[in-house]
Write a protein of this length. Structure first.
Length: 171
């Protein structure tokens, strides 16, 4: 994950803590935003997505869209959440076939698992989140905030996460 901007690093030791990072992240999301959830199989991308959706007020169960390619949810105040999975896509061109851009509005949250597979086709400034598994349920979560994008709220100032958050140098 390279490019201008800043990085936040969070370490979790249980799936519930990873979900809590998603909850805290949701409090920081304003306007239309795209999140690329990256990492190996079983790293916690869907767990983090569940936390984000819960934090946005989605009440229905959030499931991995691996086989359906996309799920759409409605959060608080009608906020649309589109949850994609690019694992089965062959490249960025396949993303265009899903007509996602036609459904984006000024307040849509686009959660993209395996987003690195279609990064060039993702709309707007992309908040890249890399989940790296450690021992057991431990995770290292690296959040790349693009230059010019403000991350207010719980994660923007380092509070509200399950473990202390530190700002890392841009990699």
């Amino acid at each position: 994950m390279s490019g201008a901007g800043r990085s936040l690093v969070i370490r979790t030791s249980a799936a519930e803590e990873t979900r809590a990072v998603g909850l805290a992240l949701a409090k920081s999301l304003t306007g239309s935003v795209t999140l690329s959830l990256e990492g190996p199989l079983g790293s916690g991308k869907t767990v983090l997505a569940r936390g984000v959706c819960e934090g946005l007020g989605v009440r229905e169960p959030v499931t991995s869209p691996t086989y359906t390619l996309q799920n759409e949810y409605v959060g608080r105040e009608g906020r649309r959440v589109i949850h994609l999975d690019c694992f089965r896509l062959e490249g960025p061109a396949d993303l265009e076939d899903l007509d996602v851009e036609d459904r984006l509005d000024e307040d849509t949250v686009l959660l993209v698992e395996w987003g690195e597979r279609a990064l060039d086709a993702l709309p707007g400034d992309v908040l890249r989140i890399r989940l790296e598994p450690g021992e057991g349920d431990e995770r290292r979560i690296l959040i790349r905030v693009p230059e010019g994008v403000d991350l207010p709220g719980a994660l923007g100032n380092g509070s509200g996460s399950p473990r202390p958050l530190r700002e890392a140098d841009a990699e």
